[in-house]
Design a binder for this molecule. Structure first.
Ligand SMILES: [Zn+2]
Length: 155
């Protein structure tokens, strides 16, 4: 999940010292902390607290940028909140890290539908050939969610 900050070696899990001599104990601690954050996020999701889950997942993604599962979970939560652009961004990060991660396609599809609710699969549009004349009506605008809030800064 992480690589040596000193020499870049990647097969260093479960060791406290890299072969180059770098001390990896802090990294290992960080890895464990990220696991804990991820689990906090899952707990929040189970209780319907998506906002809190976003915080924990964001922390996890920042602490462990190679965590495709955390990025994908982040995409799911953004999608659940209707923030499709953020969801899409998190999804592409997950795909960059691990293109084969389980659940990627399902989330991608959900986001696609969220981004363009008017675009239905071709088979549902079959037979609607004459309806194409109305220019400008093809695309629906996505309404901004009322839940979109600015983050408040402490003073
Ligand atoms: Zn090293």
């Amino acid at each position: 999940m992480y690589s040596c900050p000193s020499c870049g070696r990647s097969d260093i899990e479960k060791t406290d010292t890299c072969s180059c001599g770098a001390d990896l104990t802090l990294l290992r601690h960080l890895d464990a902390v990220c696991d804990a954050w991820f689990n906090r996020a899952l707990g929040c999701l189970a209780e319907g607290e998506e906002g809190r889950a976003l915080e924990w997942l964001s922390a996890c993604c920042a602490g462990r940028p190679s965590d495709a599962g955390a990025a994908l979970a982040l995409a799911k939560v953004w999608a659940r909140l209707g923030h499709w652009r953020e969801a899409s961004s998190a999804l592409s990060r997950a795909a960059d890290i691990d293109p084969c991660i389980e659940g990627l396609e399902a989330v991608r599809q959900a986001i696609q539908e969220g981004l363009s609710p008017a675009a239905k699969p071709p088979k549902e549009r079959a037979g609607a050939g004459s309806a194409r004349g109305r220019a400008g009506e093809g695309r629906k605008k996505i309404p901004k969610k009322a839940s979109k809030r600015r983050r408040k800064r402490g003073r």
